[in-house]
Design a protein around this ligand. Structure first.
Ligand code: S6P
Ligand code: ZN
Length: 188
């Protein structure tokens, strides 16, 4: 069999973009409108349909031998008083862990398990967070500049969005008096 050759991707610290860009995923509000709590605020913002995040994925085979890696640029903003966030997911192979390394901006990493545990980690440049096996994960931009983080995870992990799309996360990250606070999700 052919050897898989080593290669390098350049990450621009100023923007978070990768070169080459790899596989690019963009998420606007319309891609995740049901995930925000304040549906009236969603309706008001949908005309403008803001870009919420972009993911640059280095393309490698999706097998256990490989390590997927990517950069997420999560823009600042709110829907009502809920901060812009990623969809969030479990890995399709549930026990596949992940590492998040914050490069720029600030945010929260929300995590939960199927048996009801919840955890959150504040991320600032230099924070290296370990998403342990079996924890769903979502990021939230609690700052006023793009929140940029690098992620690496096993090649065969896959993504399971279904559970989160129907249930959401146990907590919402909202602004109260200028502060980011976690409140119980009334729909959970
Ligand atoms: C992949 C990793 C991240 C997210 C990205 C977007 O396992 O956790 O690259 O895919 O931050 O989030 P989401 O929940 O829309 O995939
Ligand atoms: Zn993941």
């Amino acid at each position: 069999t052919e050897k898989f050759m080593p290669f390098v991707t350049e990450l621009d610290f100023a923007t978070g973009k990768l070169n080459p860009e790899g596989h690019v995923i963009t998420r606007n509000l319309s891609h995740m409108k049901d995930m925000y709590y304040d549906q009236e605020a969603v309706r008001q913002l949908l005309g403008q349909n803001p870009l919420i995040y972009v993911v640059y994925n280095v393309v490698v085979p999706e097998t256990a031998a490989h390590i997927q890696h990517c950069v997420t640029i999560l823009y600042p903003g709110k829907v009502g008083n809920e901060y812009f966030m990623t969809k969030g997911h479990y890995h399709e192979v549930l026990d596949r862990a992940e590492i998040y390394f914050c490069l720029k901006g600030k945010g929260q990493l929300l995590m939960q398990t199927q048996d009801g545990a919840f955890a959150s980690i504040d991320m600032v440049p230099g924070s290296v967070a370990y998403v342990a096996p079996e924890w769903a994960h979502r990021t939230v931009n609690t700052g006023d500049e793009p929140f940029v983080f690098f992620a690496a995870y096993p090649g065969d992990a896959g993504h399971n969005y279904g559970d989160i799309e129907t249930e959401g996360f146990a907590k919402l990250s909202v602004e109260q008096n200028g502060e980011a606070v976690l409140v119980d999700n009334p729909r959970y």
